[in-house]
Design a protein around this ligand. Structure first.
Ligand SMILES: NC(=O)c1ccc[n+]([C@@H]2O[C@H](COP(=O)([O-])OP(=O)(O)OC[C@H]3O[C@@H](n4cnc5c(N)ncnc54)[C@H](OP(=O)(O)O)[C@@H]3O)[C@@H](O)[C@H]2O)c1
Length: 430
């Protein structure tokens, strides 16, 4: 690689502008560490005159990022627009075809088009790096690709969405409901002001699970429909009951090999307050990896925000500058597997099921009889009457049961006139 490297930064939002400032202020440090001089030759965003956190050089500004290639010789391009398709895909595709290395924090793009873009990068012998797309500043992808390279990984799981983790932690700390805490998260910049849906419904964490699975198991990014549940249905009541049981609710992303089949899921989980994962609170992320011979490895850190994200983007940059031209998913695309998917109906867990019922005789036995019919046995039962409103809350902790039994049972039980609303079901982590 030559000694003078031309860089383009496309997208100057929260991440892009912070990254640009880091690149400008760390040029010397980068030169000392890699022997390469970087030069920012082009920047791009939607609006040239928008007020930004750091000053930009308008002489190198492009409204249309595709125009950059007509005027500048670029060696490395950062994409931080953030779309799964459209201009994000187009600019990355064009750069790779022009033999330009690409670095991106865009999990939506990689989880959707990672297979295609990987083939393109390999064909053109350039890097496609995306460390910042999973768990912000935590170097989990590089750890799997390098530090843990010869391990046989069996499971990677953890807290992959800081917004959801903040909301669940803050509901417990402040005793405020979901919507109040969501507003707080939006005010603090932890949740998107316009549309926080993708953080809350599990989609954001799921995109990260897809990327982790591909790396951990040398598999192509899977396209199967998988188990994805967010935190939108969790109420303060569940947090309080969990607290009484010495448990906490966490949104977990899970990627696991079960009988050599790929299991991917995102769902809320009840975990022990004494467990490691039960004490990862606020906007923190944590990834737990189980492999042989390494055993269990845990990485924890800030999962979002321009600072941690830029830390990962720069680590990708320095890796390329040091001549580390690698396959995006560690091994050649042609060697990646297409693992069969584990049938989610067979996923087995103990469950927390909360019923809101009319407070009258016989209701409890109607519920337990129905559970028994689907071979769901009760481990613990807590009944709290609300005499004033003639209602009661019944919480049942079950022994282990399969997803199919639980779903069929709940779908039948919902029709019972004495049950006032859809039961809340949360799985318990072993
Ligand atoms: N924010 C985080 O903490 C975080 C953490 C990890 C990963 N990420 C990922 O980082 C990426 C960027 O996130 P962000 O929060 O920085 O997003 P953002 O604040 O919404 O910024 C998006 C940027 O893209 C620009 N843009 C939009 N359409 C464009 C177009 N057609 N041509 C050129 N530029 C265009 C916007 O221009 P204007 O500024 O002119 O509107 C803006 O600068 C996403 O993939 C996200 O998932 C973000």
């Amino acid at each position: 690689m030559k000694n003078f490297i031309n860089i383009a930064v496309v997208g100057l939002g929260q991440v892009g502008i912070y990254l640009l400032n880091e690149l400008n202020t760390k040029k010397k440090d980068i030169e000392i560490k890699t022997g390469k001089k970087i030069n920012i030759v082009a920047i791009s965003a939607k609006s040239k005159n928008k007020k930004r956190q750091f000053k930009i050089n308008k002489k190198i500004f492009y409204k249309n990022p595709l125009e950059i290639f007509k005027h500048k010789k670029v060696d490395i391009l950062f994409e931080s627009i953030g779309l799964s398709d459209g201009i994000s895909k187009k600019i990355v595709e064009t750069a790779l075809k022009k033999k330009v290395h690409v670095i991106t924090p865009n999990k939506a793009l990689i989880s959707k088009h990672g297979n295609y873009l990987t083939k393109l990068a390999e064909k053109n012998k350039v890097n496609l790096e995306f460390e910042a797309s999973v768990a912000g500043g935590i170097p989990i992808l590089r750890s799997i690709k390098e530090g843990l390279i010869t391990n046989k990984i069996s499971k990677v799981y953890g807290i992959l969405n800081g917004t959801s983790n903040y909301i669940l932690s803050e509901m417990e700390n402040s005793s405020e409901g979901f919507s109040e805490v969501l507003k707080k998260a939006q005010k603090l910049g932890y949740a998107e002001p316009g549309n926080p849906k993708l953080d809350l419904n599990g989609f954001d964490a799921f995109a990260k699970v897809r990327i982790l699975s591909a790396l951990a198991f040398n598999n192509k990014i899977s396209k199967h429909k998988c188990l994805m549940e967010g935190i939108e249905k969790i109420e303060l009541k569940d947090i309080k009951i969990a607290d009484q049981l010495n448990l906490r609710i966490k949104l977990l992303g899970i990627s696991e090999l079960k009988n050599n089949q790929l299991f991917e899921a995102v769902h809320p989980c009840l975990v022990s307050k004494k467990s490691y994962i039960g004490n990862v609170n606020g906007v923190m992320n944590a990834v737990i990896l189980e492999g042989k011979p390494v055993g269990q490895s845990i990485l924890q850190g800030e999962g979002a925000g321009p600072g941690p994200t830029s830390s990962s983007l720069l680590s990708d940059l320095l890796s390329i500058l040091r001549g580390n031209i690698k396959k995006p998913f560690g091994v050649s695309f042609s060697k990646l597997k297409s693992l069969k998917h584990y049938n989610v109906n067979n996923y087995v867990n103990s469950l927390y099921i909360r019923f809101e019922v009319k407070d009258k005789p016989g209701v409890l036995s109607q519920i337990t009889n129905r559970l028994a019919k689907y071979k769901i046995s009760v481990k613990r039962l807590i009944q709290t009457p609300d005499k004033k409103n003639n209602k009661a809350t019944i919480v049942i902790i079950t022994h282990k049961t399969s997803e199919i039994n639980c779903n069929t049972c709940i779908s039948k039980i919902k029709d019972n006139q004495n049950i006032l609303k859809s039961p809340i079901v949360i799985r318990l982590l072993d």
